[in-house]
Write a new protein. Structure first.
Length: 110
């Protein structure tokens, strides 16, 4: 993963084509890039983000915001009840308890 100006790029290698290719994963807009070396793909990522920001400016539109902080989740009623009980037992709101569990999980993943 790479990060530039708040945008996160995910890169993969295509062995058949002999190129690195990637896309920005924290926006719904399509931003892609490619290169044959690590330095080249890094520069292409930066260029693609800069081009996207310039394009938005030319259109007079704000670039898409990455995330609002709102997250809607659908659960089974039984799991909802279990999470609610765990949150109450910990003396926390449902939102705070779930946010802490997600933060712990993502911290272990890095």
């Amino acid at each position: 993963m790479m990060e530039y100006k708040g945008y996160v790029g995910k890169v993969e290698f295509d062995d058949e084509a002999g190129i690195f290719h990637g896309d920005v994963i924290n926006t719904r807009d399509v931003i892609t890039f490619q290169g044959t070396t690590v330095d080249e793909v890094r520069q292409a990522f930066h260029d693609s983000v800069d081009d996207y920001l310039d394009f938005c400016a030319q259109l007079g539109q704000a670039p898409e915001k990455s995330f609002t902080g709102k997250f809607v989740l659908r659960l089974s009623p039984d799991l909802h009840r279990k999470i609610y009980i765990a949150a109450r037992a910990a003396g926390k709101s449902l939102n705070a308890w779930v946010a802490e569990r997600l933060d712990e999980t993502t911290a272990r993943a890095h």
